[in-house]
Design a protein around this ligand. Structure first.
Ligand SMILES: NC(=O)c1ccc[n+]([C@@H]2O[C@H](COP(=O)([O-])OP(=O)(O)OC[C@H]3O[C@@H](n4cnc5c(N)ncnc54)[C@H](O)[C@@H]3O)[C@@H](O)[C@H]2O)c1
Length: 233
């Protein structure tokens, strides 16, 4: 296959590491803490039942922070890939930095920070940029919660994501510890001949004939891969 002249289907799987250089912390890098919080306290249905105010405040802080940060060179390079290729970003991130960089086809596996949803009707989803508090109700009078997939909850977009990976000519993986399932299992859906590029300063996958590992920050490794895939003959 001549990778440089065709329009390719490219699936990109991103994790918290792609947003690290924008100033949003990952959690594996700090012993299972997410911005200093125990993830099970702030990212599980049990945590929300036990202390809804603390969980809402955690996401309020994340949402306020998100509105102050910008996409970095990795988000921007991935958006540029669309100039030539058909690109779908499958992200575990709840931020909107891929969209703000210009990517037009983004599948959010774990929900979106800038949306809220009804605790009674999961299909009732609203855009939400301000703080979300106890007493903020949906139109059918039920409490709203962050539109986030918590640990132990179904991942509704996983089948869409598996289909995208199974159709891809190339798979790029950026900034993920590959420890959160079912997202980590998506690689298994790739055609066995598909080249994989993996960018992470602490890579959890080893280099093989098929897998090229860039053991460096996303802002360095991703533009190199993108340049290679956009190069004209
Ligand atoms: N930005 C966000 O939306 C955000 C941030 C933190 C956590 N989360 C949630 O936490 C879960 C975490 O799983 P995960 O695998 O995405 O993250 P993770 O925290 O488990 O792993 C982060 C990975 O990023 C790598 N990394 C750190 N700095 C990097 C850089 N500059 N460039 C490239 N890689 C870098 C680390 O080596 C690590 O492998 C996700 O489900 C996500 O919903 C989201």
């Amino acid at each position: 296959m001549n990778l440089t002249t065709q329009t390719l289907k490219i699936a990109v799987l991103t994790g918290a590491g792609v947003s690290a250089e924008s100033g949003i912390k990952t959690f594996r890098d700090s012993d299972g803490l997410w911005e200093g919080h125990d993830v099970m306290e702030v990212a599980s249905p049990e945590g929300f039942e036990k202390n809804p105010e603390a969980v809402l405040e955690f996401y309020n802080q994340r949402r306020r922070q998100l509105l102050t940060v910008e996409p970095n060179a990795a988000h921007i390079a991935l958006a540029e890939l669309e100039r030539q290729h058909q690109v779908t970003i499958i992200t575990q991130n709840v931020d909107d930095l891929h969209e703000r960089a210009g990517s037009t086809d983004v599948v959010h596996l774990h929900g979106e920070l800038l949306k809220a949803r009804c605790t009674f009707d999961a299909d009732l989803i609203l855009d939400w940029k301000k703080d979300l508090n106890l007493g903020d109700l949906s139109e059918n009078n039920h409490q709203l919660r962050p539109h986030i997939v918590w640990f132990g909850e179904m991942v509704p977009m996983i089948e869409v994501a598996a289909e995208v990976v199974s159709q891809a000519d190339i798979l790029i993986i950026v900034g993920t510890s590959m420890q959160v399932y079912p997202a980590a299992g998506l690689v298994q859906y790739a055609n066995p001949h598909v080249p994989i590029y993996f960018v992470d300063p602490k890579p959890s996958i080893s280099e093989t004939k098929r897998i090229s590992v860039f053991a460096e920050n996303a802002s360095i490794g991703v533009p190199k891969i993108v340049e290679r895939l956009l190069k004209k003959m």
